[in-house]
Design a protein around this ligand. Sequence first.
Ligand code: C2E
Ligand code: MG
Ligand code: MG
Ligand code: MG
Length: 282
Amino acid sequence: ESKKLGRNAFQFHTKDIRDQVLRKLQLEEALRKALDEQQFVLYYQPKVNLNTGEIYGMEALIRWQHPEMGIVSPLEFIPLAEETGLIMDIGAWVIEEACWQMKQWSGRFPWLRSMAINLSVKQFQQKDFCRQIEGVIREQNIASCKIDFEITESMIMGDVEAAIRMLAQLRALGVSISIDDFGTGYSSLSYLKHLPTDALKIDRAFINDLVNDKNDQAITKSIIALANNLNLNVIAEGIEDAEQAAMLTAMGCRYAQGYYFSRPLPAAEMALLLEKQDNGVV
Ligand code: C2E
Ligand code: MG
Ligand code: MG
Ligand code: MG
């Protein structure tokens, strides 16, 4: 049976691979075009103070508005962008756009504290990354303390020494650093005390079932304690209901983000929220 099908199976297999390669090439081409034709947009998800419910900042999250496919999630195209190197240009665009937006908003709403920008490992490994950031800050004339970069543990683990140097240089510019998806990396905790960083973001994996799962509660409490002991801020991501918010507040977590407070929003809708808060409506 397998002998009889052998040749066909092989042909099927190669066709499969060819289709995959083709699809990837098409996607890559489409990504390139997306940059030229400005199909990328940033959405913004509020970060709130758990005790008061007030928005103090936001995270920029990229979306691809494809003319036929509609809105494409970064989970789908960021990996390809990283593989092809397009992430450098896309990432540079994200930084410029987010900084420009923060400049506008912090002028109107001086109480806004920070705009968070996600970084990809490739950007982070660029030798002149710091100079790039310095350039954007200077050109846009934005207060560097209002910019926060989110990096993940895995980005640090490759070359810890180099990562520490890079983070120290970045912080010397006045920007802050948060460790995204904290708790899901396979890193040892010992590097944390040497890491130039300002905040830990508790991964949503621990928040999801927080109210029922004793293990998630233990881990979340430990991360909050760790952050307190290391003098780092702590923010929980992925809060979807009032029970989770209440439990995190009781655990002493000060900051949060999640659908319960707001989904990521287009800039105009985010601006409406900020205006409301500025007028004391919320
Ligand atoms: P992330 O930085 O950990 O962002 C959090 C993700 O969780 C976002 O997905 C957000 O929409 C989603 N989220 C927020 N609150 C909730 C909630 O309550 N429940 C659930 N189920 N999800 C929630 P998104 O926007 O699809 O982004 C996915 C990932 O893509 C991000 O994870 C980040 O790693 C990456 N990403 C997004 N924008 C950029 C970017 O500009 N540059 C780079 N390099 N990566 C980006
Ligand atoms: Mg993030
Ligand atoms: Mg995250
Ligand atoms: Mg995450």
